[in-house]
Design a protein around this ligand. Structure first.
Ligand code: AGP
Length: 611
């Protein structure tokens, strides 16, 4: 949440900062601002998107070789010009941008108000900045020292970047609980919430850790801990190309990412799955195989779409590996007092690898002796780094706020993990194992076939775009897909939607059914097919409108449903990877028809780094 970017070097900072902000806009887009250091500080900020700021500063002085920028997802204080970052200190000599939440801001504010400070915004960030300045002036120390003292008093999360009018060419940064990447160039440095702002300039990056402070100058990068001890920066080579974060001719990132799925799933399987040889190679599992084989239980923690992948993993792991699995919302798990036994395996599923609740949940579990296994998309992210083992989803950067290709990537990884463990434990027959490997191998091709019929979903979307509510129903492996379908529709079209196990409908939601209610059934050919046919009848008997996602060759449901969309046949365990695609497309086309900015729907941010 909130995107931060910085540059110091021989180039003009503004163009680099502004294009970096455009790439980080997925992290929040309530307001935008930049500060430039050039013989004094210049600050420009505006409510709204990066484009709104660009329009507002036409003709202004944008010179400066050092600059910072911020795109905001509001926590403290509504989105408006005065709450936009950067904030200026009372003296005007310091400016700061902040991503995170200062939890003890009220106490710090009280102390500053007693000393006569007046604030011009409603943000916790402005309080922190003035707290730092107060320490600097009181102690007659430099900014770095003042920051170190201040951070020892702060509770909460932060990435902050600071500029000091009296300290040319220098950006001072600190991190706790939110991501910070520093790009190392020749006589220049780049800072970002992720590596996207620096991709065309350098592939060498340093991931800053919690409780570290960075002093960044064109030719110098000093990393220290809060105890003022110097740390050697660990430089990592980025494995990402610019094309991966561009739209590539698609109207929206979301559409591009939906259509990328045949190749992203392939990337996820490549080098791991060898159906002909009957093998799955996953070093993260192999290194921990004894733990997995002996595990008394697995707990999976995640949020949002990743939680839906977790729910599906519960069904799959319990069926194939016969290990009890519990699925937890990370935000609940971290605050209740769960029983964690030494040797318990905690799987954390996260696209970003930075979701605050998931991160803290696994930190707690780790303290209690659990083994942490991360299923993460963003390489080098916090969750990936603190996990004891893991498997990347290899879906590439996902810019659209709605998770699409990373969800199917998560499912592919989780199915492979379950198959690998089941095979090692001997809880799966040789025939089923081999058949599932072949089924998995065929997924990219089947997804490709589904995408070729995308236009049919556009037609269905236009029929239902004005609905005010929708129900999504599925059974067994398709139940988590019903939840995911409902989440996608809410996010992208602002239509209220609920996902339920189809049989649960009779225990309440059926009261909502009338001739205006679209009910989406995920009813592919599986164990429950006859049961779900009955559920469709029950909805039709009450005049509900049925949209059914069904398997090619199904001759029963087309006669009952108002609209159908066919997907190729697949084993029950594999089918969700296919049925999730029409869920994504239906939401996308409804969102577009309603004029929603689907890549940046209101109130949302891609990476939820505050709790
Ligand atoms: C879904 O479309 C959202 N992007 C959201 O629910 C997301 O899945 C959730 O915030 C968890 O994010 P993570 O996977 O990065 O941890």
């Amino acid at each position: 949440m909130c995107g931060i970017v910085g540059y110091t070097g021989s180039k003009m900072a503004f163009p680099i900062v502004i294009s970096g902000l455009k790439r980080l806009e997925y992290r929040g887009y309530d307001s935008t601002g930049v500060a430039l250091l050039n013989d004094g500080l210049k600050v420009y900020k505006k409510k709204g998107r990066v484009a709104d700021l660009e329009n507002a500063i036409i003709g202004k002085d944008l010179h400066g070789h050092t600059g910072i920028g911020h795109t905001r997802w509001a926590t403290h204080g509504e989105p408006n010009d005065k709450n936009a970052h950067p904030h200026s200190s009372a003296s005007g000599k310091l400016v700061m941008i902040h991503n995170g939440i200062i939890e003890n801001y009220a106490q710090l504010k009280k102390e500053l108000v007693n000393k006569g400070y007046v604030f011009s915004s409603d943000t916790d960030s402005e309080i922190l900045l003035n707290f730092i300045e107060e320490i600097k002036e009181n102690n007659q120390c430099n900014l770095e020292e003042a920051l170190r003292i201040a951070l020892k008093r702060v509770t909460g999360t932060y990435v902050i970047l600071l500029l000091d009018a009296e300290n040319p060419d220098t950006i001072i940064a600190a991190r706790k609980g939110s991501p910070l990447v520093i790009g190392v160039g020749k006589g220049e440095h780049f800072l970002g919430s992720d590596a996207s702002p620096m991709l065309e300039y350098t592939k060498e990056v340093v991931y800053v850790n919690d409780y570290e402070l960075a002093i960044v100058r064109p030719n110098e990068l000093i990393l220290k801990n809060l105890g003022n001890e110097q740390i050697t920066p660990f430089v990592t080579k980025l494995d990402m190309e610019l094309a991966a974060i561009e739209k590539g001719g698609y109207e929206h990132f979301m559409l591009k990412e939906i259509f990328e799925q045949p190749s992203t799933i392939n990337d996820c399987l490549r080098g791991r799955l060898d159906a002909a040889a009957g093998t799955i190679t996953m070093s993260g599992i192999e290194n921990n195989i004894t733990h997995f084989k002996n595990a008394n239980r697995i707990i999976i923690v995640a949020c949002g779409t990743s939680w839906h992948a977790a729910l599906l993993a519960e069904y799959i792991i319990e069926e194939l590996c016969r290990i009890p699995v519990e699925v937890e919302y990370a935000s609940e798990f971290r605050y209740r007092n769960p029983i964690i036994n030494k040797g318990d395996i905690i799987i954390a599923i996260s696209q970003s690898g930075e979701t605050a609740d998931t991160l803290v949940a696994i930190e707690r579990a780790k303290e209690n002796g659990a083994i942490i296994f991360g299923v993460v998309n963003v390489v080098g992210s916090s969750i990936a780094r603190i996990s004891d083992g893991g498997a990347y989803t290899h879906a590439g950067p996902e810019i659209g706020v709605a998770s699409t290709k990373t969800f199917t990537g998560q499912l592919a990884v989780l199915v492979m993990m379950a198959l690998k463990i089941a095979n090692e434990k001997g809880t799966i027959s040789e025939d089923r194992y081999k058949n599932l490997l072949l089924e998995l191998e065929a997924v990219p091709e089947k997804v490709d076939a589904i995408l070729k019929s995308a236009e049919q979903l556009k037609t269905i979307a236009l029929k239902y775009k004005d609905a005010s509510d929708a129900l999504y129903l599925g059974r067994g492996y398709n139940f988590p897909i019903a939840l995911e379908g409902a989440l996608k529709l809410k996010e992208i079209s602002y239509i209220h939607a609920e996902g339920y196990p189809a049989a649960e409908m009779k225990h309440g939601p059926i009261a909502l059914v009338d001739e205006n209610l679209p009910v989406v059934f995920i009813a592919t050919k599986d164990l429950y097919h006859e049961k779900i046919v009955s559920n469709i009848q029950e909805i039709k008997a009450r005049k509900g409108k049925v949209i059914a996602i069904i398997t090619e060759g199904d001759e029963i449901i087309p006669g009952m449903a108002d609209d159908v969309f066919f997907v190729p046949f697949a084993d029950d365990i594999i089918a969700p990877m296919l049925s999730s695609i029409p869920m994504q497309l239906l939401s996308y086309y409804i969102g577009i028809a309603k004029g929603v900015d689907v890549d940046k729907p209101r109130n949302l941010a891609k990476s939820v780094t505050v709790e």
